[in-house]
Design a protein. Structure first.
Length: 330
């Protein structure tokens, strides 16, 4: 719970002041009665009052004051989703998390660069719905289509927390992406694949053609160098412990396969881009996505905390209504 007006908290000082005043009033009243001197008369006066009901009535009045002070402070809690119509493109981002993405032929590593570039792109994607897939030998959905970019970036952090020691299956990533788009839409879809292109499994080109037949434009973002690099092995603490080797003990080298990535992009009628430190590739990619025909969809926006002061005001009103009606003669 949050408060809109914390400065109103000083009003709580009224509570101990009123309690002390009440105690003092009753003390002085008893003193005055004792001055009468006639114990029988004093006893009759005191017996005519129900002290329990009297004190209970005062306690209720204090509770009513507390509730009205809380209402003045403006309590807020609870969130709600507001539906609204928005124009944009449905974009699925697929990030390669296979072991080859740990290569450091581009610094700090292919995977870290992919993570950074996707974040830069997502920051520009306001107004669109974006989903996230990670893939190696298999693909999995990390975030369905959403217009909440903050949530998507948190899933991206999960996607790149570790690489998977398995092959790369771009075809599977394309197949899975088809399940994320809104079934009734066919003209405003895009798939962006971040990878080094070392595809060891699947039929990526044929899947890309099939995707385009379903209205999905495919863009590939190549990360790595043609020269390549040995794949570094790390322990659980992230420290380098050597290089990956094959079954014969030879060091495994990995290099950017631009031909495959270009072929996938061509089959998907999109474009192939390669990473550069100038950051121009991500800007160019966003401009191309932005040119895709947009359509309307229902989006959700998480609203801020809702005002709840009315409930405290109603409780206070009910208490004083009770005091001035039913408990009036207590």
């Amino acid at each position: 719970m949050e408060m809109t007006n914390y400065s109103a908290a000083f009003l709580f000082l009224l509570v101990p002041i009123l309690i002390l005043g009440y105690i003092y009033y009753n003390y002085k009243k008893n003193q005055e009665l004792n001055k009468v001197g006639d114990r029988n008369l004093v006893g009759k006066i005191q017996s005519s009052e129900n002290l329990f009901l009297k004190h209970f009535k005062f306690a209720l009045a204090i509770v009513g004051i507390v509730f009205i002070i809380i209402a003045i402070m403006g309590p807020k809690w609870g969130k709600r989703n507001l539906d609204f119509m928005q124009e944009g493109v449905e974009v699925v981002i697929a990030i390669d998390v296979s072991k080859s993405m740990l290569a450091e032929d581009v610094k700090p590593s292919r995977l870290e660069i992919a993570h950074y570039e996707i974040k830069q792109l997502v920051d520009k994607m306001k107004g669109n719905r974006v989903g996230l897939i990670r893939f190696a030998a298999e693909a999995e959905v990390l975030c369905p289509l959403t217009n909440d970019m903050s949530a998507l970036k948190s899933y991206l952090d999960v996607a790149t927390d570790q690489a998977i020691n398995a092959g790369t299956n771009i075809a599977e990533a394309i197949r899975l992406s088809k399940k994320l788009y809104t079934p009734t839409k066919a003209t405003n879809r895009a798939l962006i694949i971040y990878s080094d292109g070392e595809n060891h499994q699947g039929e990526a080109i044929s899947e890309a053609k099939s995707a385009f037949d379903n209205g999905i434009f495919i863009f590939t973002f190549g990360i790595g160098t043609a020269k390549g690099e040995a794949i570094i092995e790390r322990n659980e603490q992230g420290q380098k412990i050597g290089h990956k080797t094959d079954s014969s003990g030879q060091i495994v080298y990995t290099k950017l396969n631009e031909n495959l990535l270009k072929g996938v992009a061509e089959a998907g009628k999109g474009a192939y881009l390669t990473w550069s430190s100038s950051k121009s590739s991500t800007k160019k990619l966003f401009n191309m996505i932005d040119e895709i025909e947009k359509s309307e969809f229902t989006a959700q926006q998480l609203q801020g905390l809702e005002d709840q002061f009315v409930w405290f005001a109603l409780v206070s009103f009910a208490i004083y209504l009770f005091i001035f009606t039913i408990a009036r003669n207590w």
